[in-house]
Design a protein around this ligand. Sequence first.
Ligand code: ATP
Length: 402
Amino acid sequence: MPDFESIVSLAKRRGFIFPGSEIYGGLAGTWDYGPLGVALKNNLKNLWWRMFVENREDMFGVDAAILMNPKVWEASGHVSGFSDPLGETRFNLMFETKIGAAENAQKIYLRPETAGGIFVNFKNIIDSMHPKIPFGIAQIGKAFRNEIAPRDFIFRAREFEQMEIEYFVRPDDWEKSFEEWRENMLRYIEAAGIDPAKVNELEVPEEERAHYSKRTIDFEFDFPFGRKELYGLAYRTDFDLSAHSESSGADPSYLDEETKEKFIPHVIEPSLGVDRTVLAILCSAYMEDELGGEKRIVLKLKPSIAPVKIAVFPLVRNKPELVSRAREIYAGLKKNIGQVFWDDNGNIGKRYRRQDEIGTPWCVTVDYQTLEDGTVTVRDRDTGEQKRIEESKLKQYFIEKL
Ligand code: ATP
């Protein structure tokens, strides 16, 4: 098990994650993602969006406003029931703010989960997209909770990001759909590079389930600070659609055009935290090992989610011919692959170490032989193996591996 402090310190030192508002002494429960962190996070969000929205016919994306009419949170039960039962003082976890000018300002909340923005758009999706049941609505976005004790780095923050799906089914089909989403969540865990051996499924007992849920599985992860919830999968019945219908008057029903049957769909909700995904990946990928007799720190990230895929080096930086050839290769790869990094600082061994620490799967070195025969050295992060590849075949070589 890696030492947690080493992971947190690597994340800061190498530009993944910084404490929020750090120069002012920070703000508890907030974190700022740096250049590598934001790239990693974008790769994870894109993976999720591709797997669950773009690659499917039955999914519809939304990006709803964070500020919502407070009636949304009254109807969902968050105003009356969203408190921390473990805290000494039972207080509501929603952040309050005001909308409008002082004299007639109205109290509103920052959304505590993205799901609210999905349920209020149920009818809009039905009317504009005419989906056939079963179908889902997906959203990625920020959520805010005034956690009493934010802790364990980005694990429990006051501002975080969620990737949520509300999947609408016929009431009788909920068990089948629950099972499908359980498998889909495991597929995402695998694709993101979270160590499946550290993932545990917990059937949440009734007394511990959220007020809206008839069945919940928590996907837990063995973090260095203990086994904790990574994701949740819940059967929310027709609780939300019915509650919003009662409160707003909007019709929550679905009309089956073929059978003319009208009913309120039930909902399966896979809910994934982006930040906990990042943390589980860092904890899965962080290793201290030895390569060629030297100790090193390495992040064994999946190439598809690594924030830098390839680093390009000129062997030395004081030979203009070599540097300009390396620049050309760098520009070509960057145009096609995007997450490509240039480094001409220090000796090659040091550059390899730096790339290992941030999880770059391949380093390309342009040397004197390149000028003679057009081949470059490609070095593999995990094995340290180096092979010569023709410059003209590089792009294809990497695209096949990504
Ligand atoms: P916990 O029991 O750890 O407080 P929860 O059961 O309240 O979590 P949910 O309401 O199910 O969490 O939220 C869905 C997902 O959002 C969680 O599985 C997690 O990935 C993420 N999440 C929830 N709260 C936080 C937080 N404070 N910081 C970071 N991620 C969070």
